[in-house]
Design a protein around this ligand. Structure first.
Ligand code: C2E
Ligand code: MG
Ligand code: MG
Ligand code: MG
Length: 292
């Protein structure tokens, strides 16, 4: 009986594994046509200045809606794309679309920047910096209006090579953000050597204080301090509640992002937010705190 149960379990693992493989290859095949078939679009999540919550920037996030599969989350399809050269094709499309949108906002007079997520493979592709510069020229976007987000995964590979790449990119005038900082293995020691401009504190750290009632968010505080000591701008991700916002402000973060301020939305919606903010100055928000 036990033997039979063991056998069943092995068979069900095998089945699950086969399903995953099948899903993976379906996604890979379909993703190859996603651009041509017009299934991709960008949404923009606002980045706000704290404590005023005035929108100052936006992160471009990729969305894929397939006629049969429905909407597939980037957490699922980006890793699939990263296993092949597909990620570079997608990345090129994202960069182009994001810069086109940024140019429109700037032409409309909005004081805003846009960030784009970069996968390690793109960063290490030949002459990536040259291609970024070309896209900026194509749309007439001042380089300092574009932020490129890299993650710690890219950091883990070859530090010297990474630093060379970042220096090259930065020489085009774009700014670099270190994304998801504090998630997974951390590189507190390496941070000092990295030529980056913005430190994005991962939402896992931002969410942390809630699980430890009464404690003043030790990690957000320490990381924000470190970032400021290194002369970086510090942005807290995934702010979902007024309490989290308070903790993040207390830690001195001057930039914030998260569901409390808005999820990723189509460009037109964000434009409305930008316009409203410009007309009314900093809009008052619930739980606004006066700072000394
Ligand atoms: P990320 O760059 O860290 O992006 C932030 C993710 O957190 C987004 O998920 C966003 O919707 C989500 N988020 C924002 N605020 C909150 C919040 O308050 N609470 C919670 N629970 N989540 C929040 P999304 O859009 O599903 O993207 C997931 C990841 O996929 C991104 O993480 C990024 O690593 C990757 N990704 C998305 N678009 C692109 C792209 O164009 N290129 C590349 N290479 N990667 C991308
Ligand atoms: Mg990001
Ligand atoms: Mg992030
Ligand atoms: Mg992430």
């Amino acid at each position: 009986y036990a033997k039979q149960r063991g056998k069943n379990r092995v068979e069900s693992y095998q089945k699950r594994y086969d399903e995953l493989l099948r899903r993976h290859s379906v996604l890979e095949n379909e993703l190859r046509h996603a651009i041509d078939r017009d299934q991709l679009r960008l949404v923009f999540q606002p980045v706000v200045a704290l404590p005023s919550v005035r929108p100052v920037g936006a992160e471009a996030l990729l969305r894929w809606t397939h006629p049969e599969l429905g909407s597939v989350r980037p957490d699922e399809f980006i890793p699939v794309a990263e296993e092949s050269d597909l990620i570079c094709v997608l990345g090129t499309w994202v960069l182009d679309q994001a810069c086109a949108q940024l140019a429109k906002w700037l032409t409309a007079g909005h004081d805003v920047w846009v960030s784009v997520n970069l996968s390690p493979k793109e960063l290490h592709a030949a002459d990536y910096a040259g291609r970024v510069a070309a896209v900026l020229r194509k749309y007439g976007v001042p380089p300092q209006r574009l932020v490129l987000e890299v993650t710690e995964h890219a950091v883990a590979t070859d530090m010297d090579e990474l630093i060379r790449r970042l220096v090259e990119l930065r020489s085009t005038g774009v700014r670099i953000a270190l994304d998801d900082f504090g998630a997974g293995y951390s590189s507190l020691g390496q941070l000092r050597n990295l030529p980056v401009d913005i430190l994005k504190i991962d939402r896992a750290l931002v969410a942390e204080p809630e699980s430890r009632t009464g404690m003043a968010a030790p990690l957000v505080d320490v990381v924000a301090r470190l970032g400021h000591r290194l002369g970086l701008e510090v942005l807290a991700e995934g702010i979902g509640t007024p309490a989290q916002r308070e903790v993040v402000e207390e830690a001195g973060c001057r930039l914030g992002q998260g569901s409390l301020f808005g999820w990723g939305v189509p460009a037109e919606h964000l434009e409305t937010q930008l316009r409203t903010a410009r007309q009314s100055g900093a809009r008052p928000v619930p739980a606004a705190r006066s700072r000394p």
